[in-house]
Design a protein around this ligand. Sequence first.
Ligand SMILES: Cc1ncc(COP(=O)(O)O)c(C=O)c1O
Length: 348
Amino acid sequence: MRLKWAEISKNSLKHNVKAIREMLPSAEIVAVVKDNAYGHDLAATLPALLEAGVTKYAVVYQRDALMVSELGAPWVLVLDDFPDAQLAEEYARRGIRFCITDYDWIERGVLELPIQFHLFIDTGMHREGVPWYATDAIKKISADLGSRLEGICTHMAHIAKDSELYRLQLQRFEEALCLVPDSLMVHVSSSGALHVGVPSYATHVRPGIALYGYTHPEVKPVLSLKATVVHARDVDEGDGVSYGWRWIAQHRTRVVTVPVGYADGYNRLLTNKARAGVNDFTLEQIGTVTMDFTMFKAPSEVRVGDVMTLLGEWGTGRFWADDWAEAIGTIPYEVLTGLSPRIPRIAV
Ligand SMILES: Cc1ncc(COP(=O)(O)O)c(C=O)c1O
């Protein structure tokens, strides 16, 4: 009997690729699969993306790029990791290219490596990138790299139609764009582009969270979290549940236990706030979430061995990563990447 697992829906992934392509027809997708495909697991995710015809991928670390390449991706962009010179030929052979995200990298000899590069411009996020005003550096990188400079990009601190910040970042990026050849790949937007489109000069778009089904109504969540009920008991009126008895029974109540706790990424802040489903029933989470187990208030029909949906939807309810995030004051990104590796991800 499987105790806990996450299902990765291949159909939802493919649906999301199609939806993004339809909404942004002028820009090719560079799928952001960093952090183990936002917690969905690269091995469970890549085959569906490749089947959907996605050929370009972005990760943060070169170690992940090698993994993505092993899984069959012909083109991988490392967003922010200094390339290992000894592996440069392997990177070139595997189609792994790197962003130049710091001017200091030039002094460290990055331009000599026989690989392809994208120039990452800092336009206001101030996390990484060569600043847009460093015009001499931008010209030098462009001249020194010649045809090994494949693309130019930035990352937005905010994407919204009426946002001053977004406009300012675009304007700064456009100043940098004037300093490099017209033929480069240009990518400036993440999933936020689904709401505002991409600028006319952008050849590519880098969606992450939208691929996994969040932040736009046209996309479908990909990851569902399941667990099997391992214990069931009835507690009397006045009895409490879990550490500190932060939930007290108002009447005789059936309590069921699933083997998922905060060590699995089932955040302790969900205590008395989460919902889950069994068949058509919606169950309220009760009592402090513990390290390895969590309890729910259940109707008498729920038995040991029943499969519960802790993240996902069921007949009459839902508790997706955005519901979870809202319950504890975070974002779906953190919920998804916070699910522990001890939960097997299974492509379905
Ligand atoms: C550089 C870069 N590009 C693209 C993305 C994808 O962003 P989103 O998941 O909002 O689409 C990220 C995510 O943080 C990023 O850091």
